[in-house]
Ligand binder design. Structure first.
Ligand code: AKG
Ligand code: FE2
Length: 277
């Protein structure tokens, strides 16, 4: 069953009440501008948009994937193999030939994804739906004047450890403009029969956290123990949005595949949604 919830949190007796946490969750059939603004402003934990893609669209994309080979994140950085189609900036940033190898992958992956939805591109569908929900328009974030890749297809069955994503902190100065916030978008095109919940913690990165980071990309679970969090279990076709500057993790999935169309959304200084992966 699809759920999204902010469980009651343990707060100090003399501290703020639950309402003051401002880390609620929203489930909706239609994304509204205010949802994205509240997420970006840090006063919402997560948004679940029911049926962003319908079951047929999900099945078509999954069928299209049968004929293509997925890559994965750099396995020296990410110890668990996470199959995916399409590059993340993260994959190439430290590569000596960055950004040339990144652009080659962008071209290759875009061409493959472009036919996955019965000859059409699932990213175009997602962009059109987002544009319908946001007055400022939707475009790609740029790097050296070129549109960056967005819209990877990613399969995370075994769970993913605690981490955060923040482009402008991880790779300062790399992209052409600084978005004022970063949101994560995952539209679930295949869901497992159990498990695979996303936990989004209210806690954000602090410099001292680096002491706790092992050789892996992920941070230890106990770093977020006791922190308020939102928990989302998506149904087929649901899109889940959250602020990935909040620590988050994916619990291991039961039988079945957990596959999503994934990208980040920034809000630009002039009020556009800017996308990248
Ligand atoms: O698959 C998910 O639910 C979230 C994946 C993730 O870590 C992200 O989108 O930043
Ligand atoms: Fe993430």
């Amino acid at each position: 069953m699809a759920t999204i919830q902010t469980p009651p949190q343990t707060l100090p007796e003399s501290g703020p009440d639950q309402a003051a946490l401002l880390f609620d969750t929203v489930t909706t059939d239609r994304l509204e501008p205010d949802h994205l603004l509240r997420l970006g402003a840090g006063v919402l934990g997560a948004i679940r948009i029911r049926g962003f893609f319908d079951a047929d669209q999900c099945a078509q994309i999954m069928a299209g994937l049968e004929n293509c080979t997925m890559g994965s994140y750099d396995e020296s950085l990410m110890k668990k193999r996470i199959p995916k189609l399409g590059p993340a900036v993260f994959d190439y940033y430290q590569h000596e030939d960055f950004p040339a190898v990144y652009w080659a992958d962008v071209e290759r992956s875009t061409a493959v994804r472009a036919g996955l939805l019965d000859g059409a591109d699932p990213l175009d569908l997602a962009k059109a739906k987002l544009a319908d929900s946001w007055p400022g328009g939707v475009r790609d974030l740029t790097l050296g004047g070129r549109a960056m890749f967005s819209g990877m297809i990613r399969e995370v069955n075994g769970g993913g450890g605690v981490h955060f994503d923040e482009l402008v902190r991880e790779f300062p100065g790399v992209v052409d403009e600084t978005p004022v916030c970063q949101l994560a978008f995952n539209c679930h095109i295949s869901v497992p029969s159990s498990g695979g919940e996303l936990n989004v913690f209210r806690r954000r990165w602090e410099p001292r956290d680096e002491i706790r980071r092992g050789g892996d990309y992920f941070y230890p679970d106990d770093m977020v123990a006791g922190e308020p969090y939102a928990s989302v279990c998506a149904s087929l076709g649901d899109a889940v949005l959250f602020d990935p500057r909040n620590y988050h993790r994916i619990l291991p999935a039961g039988p079945g595949r957990r596959v999503a169309l994934a990208f980040f959304i920034g809000i630009s200084g002039s009020g556009e949604l800017v996308l990248w992966s």
